[in-house]
Design a protein around this ligand. Structure first.
Ligand code: HEC
Length: 140
């Protein structure tokens, strides 16, 4: 999907470049200055989720659980409360609900939030964590 987008972006740019060259040949340098350069849009929370979490987490409670519990309705949900999912033992002592601060700390380093947690993921970039949390908030 991303490659498809990139390819069409390239095509647009390429077409623009051809036009620019033709116009430059006609002595229209002002048009050149207005040519937009291709930009790489930052990934949305949904895209990040698909790539970085989707292998292990579904977003629909009715789906078959993967390696991790479903994240449907995770925002505001008590940690470790998906029925039938076998969390690591540390979750038994986790007495909080998932809010921004807990999710941010969790995505930075799960084991710092719940000792012994078995989620093998860390995201050091605050902007990417924020995008992911924004997406998690929307999951009903
Ligand atoms: C390789 C698999 C894997 C990946 C990738 C992964 N997780 Fe997890 N996640 C888990 C597992 C396993 C658990 C349960 C941890 C435990 O029991 O110690 C978990 C637990 C969680 C929990 C706690 C849920 C609850 O019910 O309390 C949240 C929130 C979470 N993951 C979010 C994410 C997000 C967001 C991403 C992507 C940025 C992600 N995870 C990527 C495997 C993964």
């Amino acid at each position: 999907m991303r490659d498809g987008k990139r390819r069409s972006g390239w095509r647009e740019w390429h077409a623009g470049a051809v036009v620019a060259v033709v116009m430059a040949g006609l002595g229209a340098p002002a048009a050149l200055a207005q040519m937009a350069l291709p930009t790489q849009a930052p990934l949305t929370g949904a895209e990040l989720f698909k790539r970085q979490c989707g292998t292990c987490h579904t977003t629909n409670a009715a789906d078959q659980p993967r390696q991790g519990p479903t994240l449907a309705g995770v925002f505001g949900r008590k940690a470790g409360s998906v029925e039938g999912f076998r969390y690591s033992p540390g979750f038994a002592k986790a007495d909080f609900s998932w809010d921004e601060a807990h999710l941010d700390a969790w995505l930075t380093n799960p084991q710092a939030v719940i000792p012994g947690a078995i989620m093998p993921y860390r995201q050091p970039k605050p902007d990417l964590r924020a995008a992911l949390i924004g997406y998690l908030k929307e999951l009903k």
